[in-house]
Every structure is written in C-alpha cells, then in structure tokens.
Design a protein around this ligand. Structure first.
Ligand code: SF4
Ligand code: ZN
Length: 710
C-alpha cells in the first residue's frame, strides 16, 4: 500500500474510533433524546445532511451516522476510495464538534476560535464572493515550524482580500505576529482541534445548499458544486499527522487542493496534493491551483490598501484626526464636467493638511470632477458611493456615510506612516481610473479643509447637486423608464438566479439599484446587467411582461420562465441566497413578516431568519417567500399585487426603525395612514402568533381587512 493511502486510512480509522467512542459516551451521559444542533443554522449537521439527507436532531440519531461513516472507509488500495475515507473523517469531525455543542451552549466561549459559522454570515459573504471582492478562501491548518514564515503568507492573503480560516496553533502564531484577526479582517480563527476544520468545510457545503439549490442527499451534486464554485484551498503547516492527512483527503474530495510544507516526494498528486517547502511560494502556487486571479492595485500611498481593511474600526484613543459632519462642514461630491474643465490627475489642497497635534477635528470638502465622452450624470452617485469603500480599504482609515453626512477617522498609526490628504486624492484618482475607465477619461480632485470654504462649496455646489439627483430619483419609477435590467452576478454561486432590477425594486442584495445596473451595463457592456426593454405587458398589477419572461428564461438557461415583478404569491422573483431581508407570509395575520439578516431571534412564523431564508434560494421560486433588499420595504411596488406595504405585520425593531421615515411616507401617500410603523408588531411586543394578532387588532392594522393572502 502507498504511504499516502496508508496514512489516510490510519487517520480515518482513528477518527472513526474516536467518533464512535464520543457518541457512546455522550448518549450514556446525556441520554439519546438530548438535542444535537449547531447554533443558528437551518441545515442540521450540514455535512451529514447534505451528503445523505439525514436530519440529525438528537443524540440517538448519531449511531446510524457513525455506521455510514465507517462504510466510507473501505481500506482499499485506491486513491478514489481513500478520498472517500477522507469524507468519513469530515463526518467524524462534524459529529465530534457537534458533541461539543451538546455538552455546552457555547463551547468556544473561552477559545481563541469562533467554532461554528452561522448561516447569516455565509449569506453575507455571497456578494463579496461573486464580485471578486473576496477572490478566494484559504484554510490554514497546523503549526508552523517557524512562525516568521507563516505570517507573511497570511498577510499576503489578507492584502489580496482572500478569506482565511485558521485552525490549530497557527492561530496563536498569527496573533503574535500582529495580524489583525476577525471576520472583518478576513482572517478567521476557527479552533485548536483539527476537527474544527469542519467549520470551514460546512461553510462550503452550506453554500451549495443555500446558493446552489443542491438537494440534500445528492452527494455527487454537492462535490461538483464545491469543486467548481467554491474557490477554496488548504495550506498545512508543520509535520502532518494521520488525522490531518485524512482531513486533507476529505478536502481533496470536495475539490480543494492541499499544499503542504513538508516534502511528500512521490506521494504528491499534481493539482490536488502538492509540496511547497519554500513559504515564499505557498500563496502563489495555491492561487494558481484554484485559478484565482487577484488584481492588485498599487497606489502611491503610505498605508496598505486592501478590501480586508474595510471592517476596521478606529476607536477614539487610536484616532489622530477626525472629520465629522456633526462638528464641521464635510461632504463628498462627484460631479461631471466638460472635458476642457478637467486637468487629469490634478490634486489640489485648499487649507491646512492633517496636522501633528492630535486629536484634530477637521472640516473636509472632497470634490471629484470627472469628464468623459461616455460619462453621464446618472453615474455620479454610483462613483460617489464608492468613495466610502475606497477610504475604508486604506489601513488605518475608517469611513462612514455619504454626501454631506460623513465621518472619517485617521488612526495615529496611519498618520505616523505618513497619511496626508494627498493620499486620499491618490486613492480616489487611482480607483476611479481603475474601475470607471470606460466612462471617465479625466479626473481631478480638490480637497478643501478651510471650514468657511468647505461650507461655501457645500452650499453652492454640493447641496444643489444632491437635490437635483433626489428630484430625479423621486420622479423615476417603473412607469417612467423604458427598460429594466437583469443582474446575474450571483450566478457564479446560484446558477439559475436572475434579479430583475427596476427603479422601484433594487436587487435583493441591496447593492444594485437601477442606476447601478445602468452604469454596470455602460462599464461592462457584456457584463451581468443587461437591459430588458419594457415590452408586451401581460398583467400590469402582477407585473408580468413578455420581455421580462423571455430575458429571464434566457438568463437562467431555461430554469425560470415566468416571473412577476410585484407579487410574492404568483411566480415571485427568485432568490440567490445573499438577500438582506427575507419576507414570508403569516397566513393567520393575513400579512407578511420581514426579517433582516442581523436579527437573531424567533419570528411569529416560529422560524428564525436562517430558517425562513432556507425556504427559498438557489434561484428557485417559492410562492409565499421572497428575498429582497432593505430599501425595497418602502417601495410602492413592494408586493403591490397583494396589496403592498399594508401587508407588513411584523418586523424586528431595528429594521422597523431603520426604514420608518420612508415607509411611513409611502403609507401616507398610498393609504393616507399616519405613522404606519406604529401598527407593525415587533419582537419587543410579541413573537407569538396570538400576541401579534391581538396587537394588530388593537391598532386596526389594514391587513386584517384585506382579501385573504392565500
Ligand atoms: Fe446578486 Fe441580484 Fe445583487 Fe446582482 S442584484 S449581485 S444578482 S443579488
Ligand atoms: Zn446573491
């Protein structure tokens, strides 16, 4: 027998033994009826569920799973068979990790890792993965012989935006190396035990269930999905134990190549299992094997620039300077000019630069003037909103808000490294020329810090421009345009999904408005957003158009051929999985509940966000359930076929407060109701069906008087 298969089987058999013992012990201790579940998932023990369709809920379900696990270990001298044994290790690891959650509610509380990754986090990763913002997923496991060689590898991934999961002593090694860790930094510690690797494996597996519409029990479909659509790879550091090798075999079975830093000699399997002993080449080879191409933007600035820094928070004590509209005039404006008015790459600073005496409260007006033969005024806000992301990508800089309500913080560290206003100008210039070069030919930037001049420019230039845009948006509705747009960006994960984006219905991720789609079409003519001319209206109320049906059918390769724009009950739009909110009907209240991804509790449907979300997705139409963006909640087209926003009976309080101003305005205009949100129940009032009904009756909620919703 080859050394490799030998090692895999030894590891798998060891894990099988451990798993069986652990299951028996747990049953003896807690009883067969004790509940088994990972936190906040609708997919049970995801590996077992996806591979076999079995829904494990209690300890007595597990012995049968151990039986399946053992049957995967044939001990036959054949690499394919040995990879199956690797899957057995994955199943064993899943059971062992699940047992930790039987013994304790939060077994990772005092660990440096986070353990199980809840469903909502996976859903939130959908958009960054499809846009390439997160170009790949790295799994770093083990303990480096020399920590100094591990750290640059992880930093390299971080600078490329790659999401890195870390298992084993490497966690401490990386932390000691000063790498910022946490989901917001794209370096996520999972746990110390090798079995914690399952928590990244189930991320890939649930992606197949959430986005890919892979059916539980379809093992072949699952393996095909993870291999083709989840751009993950594994790097092991240090000596290989049998268990690590067999877990690695499981990774290979899922289609994830494994790079080890010890010499495996002839035991290497080109493309799947390779030795790279020079750590300077680890990242390069890993990316090559997964065909991950990273566009690195080199900008002439004083700090690192990477999407991995987007979530960085700068607290007051770490802050060198702050620009906040609360205290000083501040705004950001992108404005279209004639070609002759713009001098390319000119960066002008009016007033004092960021100074040496911390903390400094500054005013800042940022005026970005662009020109181009294909530039349109409609693209101004699309470019302008990018400033928020770009500034956040700067290490040591935090940005929130837009237009004339912004806050920027610059850390002491960034200041010391040399960050001044010119860096901000260079970032804007470099990124506009990179991302918008098909519409912008020339770009000049003016940064004003003198408070009176900022105020003046805000009042004379920026505010009138914002007002003009708002007016245009207000007058823009589904009736006033001649075309809608498709967005099929999410097809890389949800192959049969297509969003239809209209002025009154943005993409369900919340990130693509009609204007964004229009700009995308201009920027990448053959890209994900294609126009649908509004033709052949079949039913105005439901929003059925011949042209929409035809385009969606083409875009989904025949998977979806009838779609309505305004109904949740009749051929609703499909959901990919990365939606901001899920809407589901609550029949007894004759209305709908809406839940946002961030809400962790139960809803009056008896389900959590994750459970509701699992009712639809993967590009499937599920009448009664619909994913959508936050902004859509105040749209007059929101399920207008069923009566519109008047059907909303319950939302989490935070969401209700967030949309209140716009939703109340729409309700007033549609139904003449004042403060409509006061009629909508939330979790502080009740999450029980009866409690909600009582509340609605008390408030005279309009939904109670509507036609039955089903
Ligand atoms: Fe995905 Fe739809 Fe958003 Fe496009 S608009 S990125 S398809 S969710
Ligand atoms: Zn999506």
């Amino acid at each position: 027998m080859s050394v490799l298969t030998d090692l895999i089987y030894a590891g798998s058999n060891a894990v099988a033994g451990l798993t069986e013992g652990a299951v028996n012990d747990a049953i003896a201790k807690f009883g067969g009826d004790a509940k088994v579940a990972f936190p906040d998932t609708a997919y049970f023990l995801p590996t077992i569920y996806a591979a076999t369709g079995v829904k494990v809920t209690k300890l007595s379900d597990l012995p049968a799973c151990v039986g399946v696990l053992k049957s995967l270990i044939s001990n036959k001298e054949d690499l394919g068979e040995a990879l199956n044994a690797g899957l057995a290790t994955a199943v064993g690891a899943e059971i062992i990790e699940a047992l930790k959650y039987v013994a304790s509610k939060n077994p990772y509380e005092n660990e440096s890792g986070i353990g199980f990754v809840p469903d909502p986090i996976i859903r939130s990763l959908g958009v960054p993965l499809v846009t390439g913002d997160i170009p790949g997923v790295a799994v770093v496991i083990g303990k480096a012989e020399n920590a100094a060689e591990l750290i640059p590898v992880v930093k390299d991934y971080q600078s490329k935006g790659i999401l890195t999961f870390v298992i084993g002593d490497a966690i401490e090694q990386i932390a000691e190396g000063g790498v910022k860790m946490g989901l917001e930094f794209r370096v996520v510690p999972l746990g110390h035990d090798v079995t914690a690797v399952i928590h990244v494996v189930t991320v890939a597996i649930r992606a197949a269930l959430i986005f890919g519409n892979v059916q539980p029990g379809d093992l072949a479909g699952l393996l095909k999905y993870t291999k083709e659509r989840v751009p993950a790879f594994v790097n092991t550091f240090g000596a290989l134990s049998e268990v690590v090798v067999s877990a690695g075999a499981g990774a290979i079975a899922l289609g994830f190549p494994v790079i080890v830093d010890v010499d495996l000699g002839e035991n290497q399997v080109p493309g799947a299992l390779e030795s790279v002993c020079d750590h300077g080449l680890t990242a390069k080879r890993s990316l090559e094997l997964r065909n991950i191409k990273v566009k690195i933007k080199e900008l002439p600035i004083h700090v690192a620039f990477a999407s991995a820094f987007e979530g960085e928070i700068i607290r007051r004590p770490d802050m060198h300077a702050e620009i906040t509209s609360d205290k000083n005039p501040a705004f950001e404006l992108v404005i279209m000019r004639d070609q002759a008015e713009v001098e390319d790459h000119k960066i002008t600073i009016i007033g004092e630069d960021i100074g040496p005496d911390a903390p400094v409260n500054m005013a800042l007006g940022t005026i970005v003037e662009v020109s181009g033969s294909k530039m349109q005024a409609d693209f101004e806000p699309v470019i302008e909103r990018k400033i928020h992301h770009w500034f956040n990508y700067m290490e040591g800089v935090m940005h929130t808000g837009q237009r004339n309500l912004i806050r920027i913080r610059i850390s002491n560290d960034a200041y010391e490294k040399g960050v001044r206003l010119k860096d901000f100008g260079e970032v804007i210039y470099g990124m506009i020329m990179d991302e918008f070069s098909s519409v912008v030919d020339k770009c000049q930037i003016t940064l004003i810090t003198e408070p009176s001049k900022v105020k003046d420019a805000m009042e004379k230039i920026a505010n009138p421009r914002y007002d003009a845009r708002d007016e245009r948006l207000m007058n823009m509705n589904d009736e006033s345009v001649d075309r809608f747009y498709t967005c099929i960006l999410c097809q890389s994960f949800a192959p049969s999904h297509c969003c239809v984006v209209t002025p009154e219905r943005l993409g369900l991720c919340g990130a693509v408005s009609w204007l964004d789609a229009k700009a995308t079409k201009e920027l990448t003519p053959a890209g994900p957003c294609q126009p649908i001319m509004k033709e052949g209206c079949i039913d105005e109320k439901l929003g059925i158009y011949e042209s929409v049906n035809k385009t969606v059918e083409e875009a989904t390769h025949g998977a979806v051929s009838n779609v309505t724009l305004y109904s949740i009950m009749v051929d609703p739009m499909t959901s990919c999985g990365c939606f901001e909110c899920i809407c589901g009907i609550m029949p007894e209240a004759n209305g709908v509940v809406i839940v946002n991804r961030e809400y962790k509790g139960l809803t009056p449907t008896g389900m959590t966000f994750g459970e509701l979300a699992s009712m639809t997705g993967g590009g499937v139409q599920t009448p009664g359930f619909m994913g959508h963006g936050r902004h859509f909640i105040s749209s007059k087209k929101f399920i207008s076929a069923e009566g519109g926003i008047g059907r909303i009976v319950w939302m989490p309080k935070e969401l209700k407060d967030d949309v209140a101003v716009r939703l109340n305005k729409a309700a007033k205009e549609l139904y003449g109701i004042d403060n409509f949100t006061d009629m909508i129940c939330d979790e502080t009032i009740s999450v029980e069906s009866d409690g909600v009904l009582n509340f609605l009756q008390e408030k005279g909620h309009p939904a109670l008087g509507y036609d039955p919703i089903m």
